[in-house]
Design a protein around this ligand. Structure first.
Ligand code: CUA
Length: 318
C-alpha cells in the first residue's frame, strides 16, 4: 500500500533509468500481445470454421505454400527480436557503466538482512541512505547464499552472489522513503529481508553522514587488515616474495598467465583475494593462498577499498 492508500499497480518511478525500464517493459508487453492476440483468435476461428459439423467449407481446397507469407513470419519476428535485443542491451550496458563521479556504497547480503557500508566508515542495517540527484554505485557481495537487491521504485534488481562481486548504479531523483527488498528466495526468512531506501536532499544527506557514528573509513580499516593478515609481507615495497604490485592497480588492465587480460575492478580484486589460483598474473608464481575462509565479507570490502585507495580513486569525497 502506498502512503495515499492506493494499491500500487505499478511502483512509482523515481530514478534516472526508471522511465527507460518502464518503456522497455511496456514495449515487451505490447510485443507479446501483438503476437499472442492474432494467434489466439486464429486458433479459435479455425477451430470453429473447420469443425466437423460445418458442411459449408470446401475440404478439397488446398494451398501449396505462399512464399511472401512464409518469409514474412520469419523476417518480421526476427527484426522485432533484433530491435528488442538492441534496446535491452543498450539499457543493460548503461546500468552497468556508472559515471566516473558516482558515489560508492557497499552492500552485503546475508541470511537475513542487508548491511550497507559507506566509504567513510558509516554502517547501516536494512536501511540505505543516499543523496538525491547524484549517481550512486552499489557494490554487492553475499556472505552466504544468493540474494538479490531489489529497489522497485528505481527499477533496479541485481543478484548478490557469494564469492562474486556485482554492481549497479542508479540516480534517485525524488527525496523520500522507498522499499528495498530481497528478490531471490534465500531461506525461511526471505520474506522478512526487507528494508528501506531513504533518498535525501544532498545537504541533508551530508549532514546525516557527518552525524552518523562512523568506524574507520573503509580504506583505513583495509590498510590495517592488510598488515595484520600479512599481505604487506608479499605485496609490500621490500617484500621477500615477488608479488604483483597493488599501487595504481584499480581499473588497470592486468595480463594473466592464461593469456587473457582483465580489468582490475572490484570483481577482479575480490576474486584475487578469495581464489588467487583462478587468475595468476602473467610472470608470477601461483603462490598466494586463498583467503576464502580467513576474511569476512566486511573485511573483504575493506581490503578492496584499501587497494582502490592506492589508485587515489576511493575516498575522494571525504
Ligand atoms: Cu535474501 Cu531472499
Amino acid at each position: 500500500m502506498r502512503a495515499d492508500g492506493a494499491i500500487p499497480v505499478w511502483p512509482e518511478a523515481i530514478s534516472a533509468h526508471a522511465d527507460s525500464v518502464d518503456a522497455l517493459a511496456i514495449g515487451f508487453f505490447a510485443l507479446i500481445w501483438t503476437l499472442a492476440l492474432p494467434i489466439g483468435f486464429a486458433i479459435v476461428w479455425f477451430g470453429w470454421r473447420y469443425r466437423r459439423l460445418n458442411e459449408d467449407v470446401d475440404r478439397k481446397q488446398r494451398h501449396h505454400g505462399l512464399t511472401w507469407l512464409e518469409l514474412s513470419w520469419m523476417i518480421v519476428p526476427f527484426l522485432l527480436a533484433l530491435v528488442f535485443f538492441t534496446w535491452s542491451a543498450l539499457l543493460f550496458r548503461d546500468l552497468h557503466r556508472p559515471p566516473a563521479d558516482a558515489r560508492e556504497v557497499y552492500a552485503i547480503g546475508l541470511q537475513w538482512m542487508w548491511k550497507f557500508e559507506h566509504p567513510g566508515g558509516q554502517r547501516e542495517i536494512n536501511t540505505l541512505h543516499v543523496p538525491a540527484g547524484e549517481p550512486v554505485r552499489v557494490i554487492m557481495n553475499s556472505q552466504d547464499v544468493i540474494h538479490s537487491l531489489y529497489l522497485p521504485e528505481l527499477r533496479i534488481k541485481q543478484d548478490v552472489v557469494p564469492g562474486r562481486t556485482t554492481s549497479l548504479w542508479f540516480r534517485a531523483d525524488d527525496p523520500g522513503s522507498y522499499s528495498l527488498r530481497c528478490a531471490e528466495y534465500c531461506g525461511v526468512s526471505h520474506s522478512r529481508m526487507v528494508g528501506e531506501l531513504v533518498v535525501m536532499a544532498p545537504a541533508a544527506f551530508e549532514a546525516w553522514l557527518a552525524g552518523t557514528e562512523a568506524g574507520l573509513p573503509l580504506a583505513r580499516a583495509g590498510e590495517a587488515l592488510f598488515r595484520e593478515l600479512g599481505c604487506s609481507g608479499c605485496h609490500g615495497a621490500n617484500a621477500a616474495v615477488r608479488a604483483p604490485g597493488l599501487a595504481d592497480l584499480y581499473r588497470r588492465p592486468v595480463p594473466l598467465a592464461s593469456g587473457e587480460t582483465v580489468i582490475a575492478d572490484e570483481r577482479y580484486l575480490t576474486d584475487s583475494i578469495l581464489m588467487p589460483e583462478s587468475q595468476v598474473v602473467a610472470g608470477y608464481e601461483p603462490v598466494m593462498p586463498s583467503f576464502q575462509d580467513v576474511v569476512t565479507e566486511s573485511e573483504l570490502v575493506a581490503l578492496v577499498a584499501y587497494i582502490k585507495s592506492l589508485s587515489g580513486r576511493e575516498g575522494e569525497r571525504e
